[in-house]
Design a protein around this ligand. Structure first.
Ligand code: 28G
Length: 733
């Protein structure tokens, strides 16, 4: 018996070791990838444990902090992970939770784990993928602590203090940088997810702070209105046509009780925003909850419209017509969710369709009957959408007969390539005729097609489909791309798998780029999802020296270049008078350039950098950045007085002007200033160019951004651009 137990114990231990090693060997299998997504996924896994504790009714507050050293802390006021001995594994339950894969327990009887990131792999995976992790638990009046490294215990469980009646769990971890290619948490990314979790789990307070960078970053998310407030947030800059309408209910499903919650509002927008969730996971590909909702909406509008003589048989509405201007959140909790689809974000549980459908249909009909004026407004909008669609179809029919839209007769402005295999071809959308001319001359005729765009592209945020198709520029685009449009859309007909937006690096160029991106995002989102859309990155500068020219992409790169050249036969001395070697001198100059940039930023915000550095208590607005930089500077023996006194500033200036000697720096004002060869070499040559693939990982942020930038409301747009420190020029994704 005793022997058996020992063997069992060893067997369990070996399993633990193998489990942790398995995660480290194939991290992508457990968390999706080891890039930016996977890195942030670690946070979601930990937070999801706290959310589960909140859903169980024991936790109301979650605190998330990005620490100064780049680690991250999550703290909750739940019951605290149990610390007593696990009956079979002969070690504390907390150790099991943190070292055994899936020990979080998806199902233990009646209670099921409903949250869980996309992969729902549990906090033990995060432990395995962390250089170190510290867990503190307040429970039973005592404060416990335990530490790990790469999934292995480095400090066994011990009691380190008392906590009175308080309970809760605190996890701090530092991701293993030998595994991840991403090395920092992004405020915006985490903000978006934490806000979303607070909307989806009404009443929970999530507090988020960034101590690493600018200490101004601090937000509290708490929504007593839950997904109703989510809809209000999404529609903040749209004109509502209805109040926010809420439905919820639960029905017995095949695997247990299914809960469904729906919140919707109509606005005067021409686009639709549907966000669906299952167990707090954003189901990007939709699934049965979405089909259930859509079906119920269509049926109810049709029935109400017919019963009240607002709709006639011949009106022939489609589901799309009925969803124009609609913003809706569907959130379901399903005990054993099945996720399907290419990215495993499509809910497959069949019975959920009927459950969501019946909850929505009953209550929406009641709402329409009690609010006939709203019902009438919605149906009128639906009819306008249907008429625009009909008009567009008729226009398409007639142009098809003339052979304009079927790809047989391509637009005259298009300079097509000879290659016919779309996986090998590229379409450049070029601003202006002169750049268009250079691009046309310089291009590789076999694989690169050029479409010059004249003037402004139509803002599709403000136009219905019929007006859009009446616009020559848009029609040309649709024909050149080849996928058709609307109901006839077919991605497999794409004539190019790279569509490259090539605009000037000025305000007009940024505007055209935003208009094109709005068009693609709203009307051809699949192009973006498939990764077919790119932004060209023409150089900002041409640097010439001794008849040799070089192109420089960014301001930062230019600074680096000047400093490297400047340090050529130039001696930099440390504070002690000893000359620094080349690498140290370069590092010092780079640091000085950073200090200069930070000081400038701080001054622009109305602060005095010198005072901030002197003030121990100064927070935010670059103060922490400056402190960090000056602490790095102290490694060279220099202090703030050397910078603010001017001697280091002079050194930086000297090195830079030495670098500029015999050098000419030219800033390009537009693509048109480059000749054909230059444009090809710097921006179009597949072997040398830099291009950015347009990604949209956050549909919520994208919708808000396009609504704001392209919509009617002037004041929120001004504020958005200001808040995000955007001058439209460096508006990027
Ligand atoms: C702060 C960062 C992440 C957590 C709890 C609370 C319990 C728990 C966590 O149990 C699974 C279930 C019971 C053995 C449950 C406490 C029941 C009673 C808990 C977290 C296995 C673990 N008392 N809070 N896990 N148990 N917060 N936050 O991780 O049977 S994890």
């Amino acid at each position: 018996m005793a022997d058996n137990e020992v063997n069992n114990y060893n067997a369990e231990n070996i399993q633990v070791l193998e489990g942790m090693e398995a995660v480290r060997k194939r991290p992508a299998m457990y968390i999706g990838d080891t890039g930016e997504r996977g890195y942030h996924h670690l946070v979601y896994e930990v937070v999801d444990n706290s959310i589960d504790e909140a859903l169980a009714g024991y936790c109301s507050m979650i605190d998330v902090v990005i620490n100064r050293d780049g680690s991250l802390t999550v703290q909750d006021n739940g019951r605290g992970i149990p610390v007593d001995m696990h009956p079979t594994q002969k070690k504390p339950a907390i150790e099991v939770v943190l070292t055994v894969l899936h020990a979080g327990g998806k199902f233990d009887g009646s209670n099921y784990k409903v949250s869980g990131g996309l992969h729902g792999v549990g906090v033990s995976c995060v432990n395995a993928l962390s250089e170190w992790m510290k867990v503190e638990v307040k429970r039973g009046g005592r404060l416990h602590s335990m530490e790990f490294s790469r999934g292995h215990v480095t400090k066994p469980l011990e009691v380190v203090g008392e906590c009175g009646a308080e309970t809760g769990t605190k996890v701090t971890f530092f991701p293993d940088h030998t595994i991840f290619s991403c090395h920092a948490f992004k405020w915006e990314t985490l903000c978006a997810r934490l806000r979303e979790l607070a909307f989806l789990n009404r009443g929970v307070t999530i507090h988020f702070r960034d101590d690493e960078g600018d200490a101004h970053h601090e937000e509290t998310f708490h929504y007593d209105g839950g997904i109703d407030e989510f809809v209000e947030f999404l529609n903040a800059n749209k004109k509502p046509l209805s109040p926010v309408i809420h439905f919820e209910g639960e029905r017995e499903g095949l695997t247990g009780m299914v809960q469904a919650e729906v919140s919707l509002q109509y606005t005067d927008s021409y686009s639709t925003l549907e966000q669906t969730y299952c167990n707090n996971i954003h189901t990007i590909e939709g699934g049965t909850h979405l089909t259930g909702f859509r079906g119920a909406l269509t049926r109810t509008i049709n029935k109400y419209g017919a019963d009240n003589k607002l709709l006639k048989e011949k009106d022939n509405l489609t589901g799309d017509d009925m969803r124009e201007g609609l913003t809706v959140i569907v959130s379901v909790k399903v005990p054993q969710p099945q996720f399907e689809g290419q990215t495993k974000t499509k809910l497959g549980n069949g019975e959920v369709e009927g459950i969501v459908g019946s909850i929505v249909a009953d209550k929406l009909m009641t709402f329409f009957e009690e609010n006939p004026a709203v019902a009438k407004t919605v149906i009128e909008k639906t009819l306008l959408a249907a008429r625009a669609r009909e008009a567009a179809r008729a226009a398409r029919e007639s142009t098809r007969r003339k052979g304009v839209m079927d790809g047989l007769s391509l637009p005259g402005k298009l300079r097509d390539c000879s290659e016919r295999d779309p996986s090998k071809t590229e379409l450049f959308l070029v601003e202006g005729d002169s750049a268009g001319g250079s691009a046309q001359t310089g291009r590789d005729r076999a694989t690169q097609a050029i479409l010059p765009l004249r003037g402004k592209v139509l803002n599709v945020e403000k136009a219905r489909i019929d007006r859009m198709l009446a616009n020559a520029e848009i029609r040309t685009l649709i024909t050149a791309i080849g996928c058709g449009f609307g109901e006839e859309w077919d991605i497999s007909k794409a004539r190019y798998h790279k569509i490259v937006i090539m605009t000037d690096a000025d305000v007009d160029g940024a505007h055209i780029r935003t208009l094109l991106l709005t068009f693609f995002y709203r009307k051809m989102p699949e192009l973006i999802e498939k990764g077919y859309v790119y932004l060209a990155q023409p150089p900002l500068y041409k640097v010439e020296r001794k008849k040799k020219s070089e192109y420089v992409l960014t301001d930062g790169e230019l600074t680096q270049k000047l400093l490297t050249l400047g340090l050529d036969d130039f001696e930099v001395k440390g504070k002690d008078g000893q000359p620094l070697d080349k690498d140290a001198a370069k590092a010092l100059m780079t640091l000085l350039a950073e200090i200069e940039a930070t000081c400038k930023m701080v001054e622009e915000r109305g602060f005095k950098p010198e005072e901030l550095v002197a003030d121990e208590t100064a927070q935010g607005s670059g103060a922490s950045m400056l402190k960090k930089e000056f602490s790095s500077l102290s490694a060279y023996g220099y202090g703030p007085a050397d910078w603010f006194g001017g001697s280091l500033r002079k050194l930086l200036e000297d090195v830079r002007s030495h670098g500029k000697q015999g050098l000419s720096v030219y800033r390009f004002k537009g693509l048109g200033e480059m000749d054909a060869q230059e444009l090809y070499d710097t921006t179009m040559d597949p072997l040398k160019r830099h291009m950015v693939r347009v990604k949209l990982n956050d549909a919520v942020a994208a919708d808000r951004m396009f609504t704001l930038l392209m919509g009617d409301e002037v004041e929120p747009r001004r504020k958005f651009i200001e808040d995000n420190a955007l001058n439209v020029r460096n508006l990027d994704f």
